[in-house]
Design a protein. Structure first.
Length: 154
């Protein structure tokens, strides 16, 4: 009886969010990058709560360039929540008193990824940017990255 409880506590502890600080070494695209800690640990990070256009989509390169300008080579903090099917850490990215998820939406370079995120702040930011027709939302019918992939392989 005690062993299952101990196993549950051990697993629960390791599934909890953790905070990691490090430097950004590589930007894959607007919502994925590589981080290295002071101790040399390497992590692939997927920005939580948002989805940026693919680099082959309108505003995809702009999203990647924005992230490079904002965080590449800088020390940042990530708060991980889980990992995705590719083994990337899903994390909120904090730098210079900013949240990268929020900044990408505010600059019209990402969608709130509602399927995976119930964050009302991100949802409200996207609504405001839609009204302003900022960045990727200036198109009459912008295609979200999760839809774009379906069409690009047909």
């Amino acid at each position: 009886m005690k062993i299952p409880l101990l196993l549950f506590l051990f697993v629960s502890f390791h599934l909890q969010a953790q905070t990691i600080t490090g430097s950004v070494t590589y930007i894959s695209d607007g919502d994925t990058f590589h981080l290295i800690t002071a101790s040399g640990e390497k992590h692939k990070i997927r920005v939580e709560g948002i989805d940026c256009p693919e680099t082959s989509q309108a505003f995809g390169l702009e999203a990647k360039e924005f992230v490079m300008k904002e965080i590449k080579g800088h020390e940042i903090t990530v708060r991980t929540s889980t990992t995705d099917r590719y083994g990337r850490l899903i994390a909120r990215v904090l730098y210079q008193n900013k949240d990268l998820s929020q900044e990408l939406i505010k600059n019209g370079l990402a969608w709130h990824y509602k399927f995976f995120s119930k964050d009302s702040t991100l949802a409200n930011l996207e609504i405001m940017e839609r009204e302003k027709k900022a960045g990727l939302l200036q198109s009459k019918n912008p295609i979200a990255p999760w839809e774009y992939g379906k069409y690009s392989t047909q």
